[in-house]
Design a protein around this ligand. Sequence first.
Ligand code: C2E
Ligand code: CA
Ligand code: CA
Length: 540
Amino acid sequence: MNKALKRFFAIDLSNAIFREVTDALVIFSMSFVTYFVFAEWGGLSILQNVLHREIKAPSLLYFCGAALVVFSVRRIGDQRRERAKRVAAEQNAYLASTRDPLTQLPNRRQFQIQVSTALKNSKNPMSVLLLGLNHFGKLNEVYGHLGCDEALSQIGSRIRDGAHSSEVFARVGDDEFALCLAGTDAENALRVAGTLLEAVKKPVQIGIELQSISASIGIVQVGRGHATVDELLRCAHVALSRARNAQLDCCFFDPKMDAHVRTRALLEKDLREAIGSHGIRPHYQPIVDLKTRRIVSFESLARWQHPMNGLIAPNTFIPLAEELGLIHVLSAQLFRHSCRDAANWPESISLSFNFSPTQLSDKNFAQDVLTILDDAGLAPDRLEAEITESAIVSDFEATRHAIQTLRNAGVRIVIDDFGTGYSGLSQLYELRFDKLKVDKRFIQEIGKSSENDIFMRAIFGLCKGLDLRVTAEGIENVAQADAAFAYGAHQGQGFLFSKAVPADAVSQLLIDFPRADLERKNTLATLSARKSGTPRGMVT
Ligand code: C2E
Ligand code: CA
Ligand code: CA
């Protein structure tokens, strides 16, 4: 029990004893007054007249006195019992309001009270360590709430056993524990963090299974009286998120991180609004047949016209939308928009659309795509669904199911950014893609390194063997276009041909292509190079 609680109960106890003594005094005084009323002031004769019988004064007085004494003793006993019950109930209520019922550690409220008192009183700076269990949600899915409760109470006991008596510690969130240390000695903070992590990482027993749980720690250091506890916990949380993202054990808070978090929070708010108001629109970048230099399709690339920050590229907001679980809504909006635009293009021109890996795990994904195509009146064989290697790696079964449904309906499946992920050859073979896009970093390395040349030959050999068509991405000059063609690429895409343009500029591009200045310049040289296996501009 802490000092405040002890002081509170000590005061309460002395109040109660004082009340008992005063009650006893009042009862004894009443007995005395009664005696006088009856014995001295004729009360006895009045009572005899009323009852019409003689009453012996002393026996009555003895009786009254004894009854009052019994009454007062019983009354004092009752009061004691009541007081004991009330004290126990108050103690329970106090503990319930300051303890976490599962781990029996102090709770967030208690941590706030103790740390804010320490912040006000202490002349010394301090450090707050916030420990977060990693992937605890997954554990919940596997073992349910009861299993997680078992794990948490074991981890709570280890934290309590490991903490020094001078340290303030608490469970401050579902899967978060905080510890406040005196001083800002980074080495000491790291040592304590290391001990905590060691304690947490030991396997916990859930039912009959042993399960290891990893954790990360965010550390914030503070000078005297400079912050509130909420602010400290928020900063520690920022550092904890950074530690988790960088897959580190520990990370110290740095004010720069805060600026990043605030910018992100603003972006998040704006993104929600932009999605709500359909403010993110598709632009279209042409994909060109490298032989005829005619446009064969357009890739839909999302663009966000931000009211303050101008045009924002998708690499900023698509990952954020994925993280916030907004990608399904955003992608459906963009896809519907793109299909309606593509339905107005000549029939020979296809639409390429990027689907995010998280979408492929949704079991309704393929059916939703087909429904949107149908609504827009765009034939499924005019769609090329671009998916990245990371989608295959993250959920192979779901991806296979989605690909099969779409392919059966006539949609072509394209593997995007090839060479940047970790998909295996057997997966590539099993999923039966129609086309592969070689990532722009390999196209832009053409002619610069022999390793790149070896890689390009390997990819094109593989594609030939698997009968896959190939698009070379990121073509910025005619030499790259020619070299890609010489390697065996069928189609090309890049700033050489055009950047992504708004929907109303597509028809002009269709008129402009094929452009004379983009014709293959060195057909003979390229062809002879293809025969000898050495595309022009390559390192030999
Ligand atoms: P991506 O699918 O690889 O798209 C090609 C990216 O390369 C585009 O960047 C395009 O503007 C850029 N690019 C094209 N030609 C060249 C070139 O010659 N040189 C250089 N340096 N870059 C070139 P963008 O539009 O910024 O898109 C980035 C990525 O965002 C896309 O990469 C795609 O993965 C993703 N993305 C774009 N729109 C969507 C969308 O609607 N949904 C989803 N899920 N992802 C999208
Ligand atoms: Ca793409
Ligand atoms: Ca790509």
